[in-house]
Design a binder for this molecule. Structure first.
Ligand SMILES: [Zn+2]
Length: 184
């Protein structure tokens, strides 16, 4: 992989990992409030009002706790959908074998600002210089090894997104059952 391509691939993998980290943080919060909701219901079933109220109070009321779980679930669900969409876009891009150079936006040139001085008058000038990342081609190309490596990383990320999706489904089912049973 040449330096220009490496830099660009590295930038988008970094971006992918950042979303991955953000999702992980949100899952942590979601699971924590989900666990609190389960605990509140367990204490209530056991007839221990005190501990149940104590946990629910962290959120305001039990209703606030339930809303917190629902809202976080909804937000995470959307985040994961967006994350998967991005992964698929990246996969398609790599599959095509060629991407636009991000530094010059595919034009192959960069504008260099300068000054021109003549008879005491200074005027600004713009000069076109070859883009250092793509060497003026405007495109960056993946070879077979590049593709294989990046696809492997993206596939792992996709596996993680699927895992989060399943986790959300499962916890949401339990949460809904609990909210339902607590009304009766
Ligand atoms: Zn370029």
């Amino acid at each position: 992989m040449d330096d220009g391509l490496f830099e660009q691939v590295n930038a988008f993998l970094n971006e992918t990992f950042s979303s991955f980290k953000a999702i992980t943080e949100e899952i942590k919060q979601y699971i924590s409030s989900f666990y609190d909701l389960v605990s509140v219901n367990m204490y209530e079933l056991k007839g221990s009002k005190g501990p149940a109220v104590l946990i629910a109070n962290k959120y305001g009321t039990k209703k606030d706790l339930e809303d917190n779980v629902k809202t976080n679930h909804f937000r995470l669900k959307n985040r994961i959908v967006a994350f998967k969409k991005k992964l698929n876009e990246r996969k398609a891009m790599i599959q095509s074998g060629i991407i636009d150079c991000a530094m010059c936006d595919g034009s192959g040139n960069l504008k260099k600002l300068g000054w021109h001085r003549e008879e005491g008058v200074v005027t600004p000038t713009t000069e076109k210089v070859l883009c250092p990342r793509c060497g003026g081609k405007g495109k960056l190309t993946f070879d077979r090894n590049d593709k294989a490596l990046i696809n492997l990383i993206l596939a792992r990320m996709e596996g993680y997104a699927d895992f989060c999706d399943n986790l959300l489904e499962l916890t949401n089912k339990i949460a809904e059952e609990q909210m339902h049973s607590s009304i009766t």
